[in-house]
Design a protein around this ligand. Structure first.
Ligand SMILES: [Mn+2]
Length: 242
């Protein structure tokens, strides 16, 4: 069984010709030979404003996901901090299945724990407050009932604000914290391998956490390195898609 893991592609809406969209389309066609499962750990889309609106913004990529699924590849999608409003219509159109924010994949008598990664940036308290607010089901329900024009407007504004906020905050504040990783691993004592994205700082590290050796993988955002993980029955490989 071969599994590929990616995150943070940030596909651009209404731009199938954009280099990053093109690379992703090629990845789905070329890197998925003999692959039985594709796991996308959040922020596949730059923004998702509701199925009625955003399904029309990424038609090429969603059709390719569907055809991959029809060839027998299971597609698992986790919410990111940009795309957490996908609902039934998206999952039907893409053939993907939603996985939880803390997903466990069994691997060689072990457990791999997969998260998007934004929940681990606990030093950024302003962000964590906003995250809790945006993840509130009532807030989401209200947002999804706004007009398309209004949602587009709010979406553009939030993207501007998050870029602006990113420039104001220092790099350390926007990274994952050891405390948050400790808390997460406390909830999953069997997991000794952690994979996440979000920080856009590709990285592999063996770290000691409370006397346990943890393998910590951080995925890239494909700008410029198109890095992904391949999990076979026996090993985890860090690969690049040329
Ligand atoms: Mn993210």
């Amino acid at each position: 069984m071969n599994t590929l893991v990616i995150a943070d592609i940030h596909l651009q809406p209404n731009q199938p010709e954009h280099p990053i969209n093109q690379t992703f389309q090629r990845f789905l066609r070329e890197a998925t030979m003999n692959v039985q499962r594709l796991i996308i750990l959040g922020d596949l889309f730059e923004v998702w404003l509701g199925d009625d609106l955003s399904l029309t913004q990424y038609t090429t990529e969603i059709a390719l996901l569907k055809s991959l699924e029809q060839q027998g590849c299971e597609i698992l999608v986790q919410y990111g901090n940009r795309d957490f409003l996908m609902r039934t219509a998206f999952f039907q159109a893409s053939g993907a299945n939603l996985i939880g924010d803390e997903y466990i994949l069994p691997f060689a008598q072990q457990q791999i724990l997969m998260v998007h990664g934004d929940q681990l940036c606990s030093a950024d308290t302003a962000y964590q407050k906003m995250r809790a607010w945006l993840r509130n089901p009532l807030i989401q329900w209200l947002f999804l009932h706004l007009s398309k024009a209004m949602r587009n407007k709010i979406g553009a504004k939030m993207r501007n604000q998050s870029q602006h906020a990113g420039r104001q905050k220092n790099a350390q504040m926007m990274d994952v914290t050891t405390e948050a990783i400790n808390d997460l691993l406390d909830r999953h004592p069997q997991a000794k391998i952690l994979i996440h994205g979000h920080t856009h700082k590709p990285h592999y590290q063996r770290r000691q956490i409370k006397g346990k050796a943890i393998h910590h993988y951080v995925l890239s955002d494909w700008r410029p390195q198109t890095q992904y993980l391949k999990i076979t029955d026996t090993e985890i490989q860090i690969l690049k898609f040329a």
